[in-house]
Design a binder for this molecule. Sequence first.
Ligand SMILES: Cc1ncc(COP(=O)(O)O)c(C=O)c1O
Length: 496
Amino acid sequence: MRGHEMVDWIADYWERVESLDVLSSDAPGAGLERLPETPPAKGEGDGAWDSIFEDLGRVSEPGLTHWQHPSFFGYFPCNASGPAVLGELLSAGRGIQGMLWQTSPIATELETRMLDWMRIALGLPERFASIGNGGGVIQGTASEATLVALLAARQRARAAGTADEKMVVYTSDQAHSSVIKAAMIAGVAQGTEDRTRVRLVATNARLELDMGALAEAMQRDVEAGLVPTFVSLTAGTTSTGAFDSIAAACDACAALEGHVPWVHVDGAWGGVAAICEEHRGWLDGIERADSVCVNPHKWLLTNFDCDLFCVADRAALVEAMSITPEYLRNAASDAGAVIAYRDWQVPLGRRFRALKLWFVLRHYGVEGLSACIREHCAWAAWLEERVLADDRFELGAKRSLSLVCLRLKAGEAATKRLMERVNATGQAFLTHTVVPTTAADGSTEARYVIRVAIGSTSTRLSHVEALWALLESHADAAGSGAMSGECDPGGVGSPS
Ligand SMILES: Cc1ncc(COP(=O)(O)O)c(C=O)c1O
């Protein structure tokens, strides 16, 4: 086999990725056309590897959008690093399946230690530490974290005598779609538009959850005989990076008579910034929240997938997820002496994901990771200044950390054309969102804005400067209605 060569290939890819177009130009089905319709009947063994390496270029490369390109500014970047990828490789190479403590004790215990390290690194309170009633676990994604938080909330409410059909879920109209999806999976919503027991609470001018509106919505439901069961706050919304106030939401929950809802904080992107002490303001009140998640796979140099999910009291979570058939029983688990992470997640099986986090933390340390986040925020501030200094541009929302939302004053169509023109160059990749904006006369309109999310591992200030040069150079033509005609960004333009 050619393992050493593959590692070299990956290292070379990281060196040359900057020279490639960021966005794939494959038309739908182009990848399928490059692949045979039937599987090989006979394997070629080691002889297959020459053509496999060739196909990495011929078959797969045209269909890649290069997430590790330094000029990838779309969605939220999904950053990787050498130590993380080696951890992933080791995890696959050792082939551990850590479903039970007994199936590899260190897979469980390293994960416990990594979550405790990260709790300290992020400044999360002790109630989320594994030594008490709480603790942390690695989920694949923030969507899974929100789902299991909702299932735990439902369990706690059931234990308090609440019937499922009385339970209500609250989040802001800026929250990620994964909250509604979790409600659909948990049976609280019948479909994406079902608002019978899902409340998308209004946001204020800063696009943060309006706490008065949350308190009113919950009170109305209590008066109607329903039970506020789950409140999902966002620490860094997907569109504009707004942070909901945890303290105010917990106050509103505590003021209710009867059952106190579970408060979950989705810090998928913005939450990891708490590794820098100056970005911990959003943690105010976190000591009263029930659960919180952050994604190192977005912004902490740890490749996908790696979501850290911490709960203050794991009892309801474990009760909601635990089932032990005879074939999984073992002495350590039966004695309650060990953590069984299978009871903290939907699947049974578990990859050894803690390895990559362990390598990242040892390689960069908390200081290295904080320095990286600080740099990204500083470059975003640099870009924000350029936007404010150019008469043709304006901010589409207040800058949040390393996320800059900008638009052309010439309007919606011009802004869209600008993004299309920049993406068509292949030199950078941007995505958009729609931001509700309140005018001076109180009227609101939904504005199309370009999101610039700085966070790729290889991005430097020079790449942000180059992006600004591109935006500047295409602004007049986009404003006057000229299309570049090279790219239809159709399905690629909204936040993930
Ligand atoms: C605030 C927020 N929550 C959840 C998600 C979904 O993330 P994941 O892919 O980890 O489920 C995103 C994705 O960008 C996000 O921004």
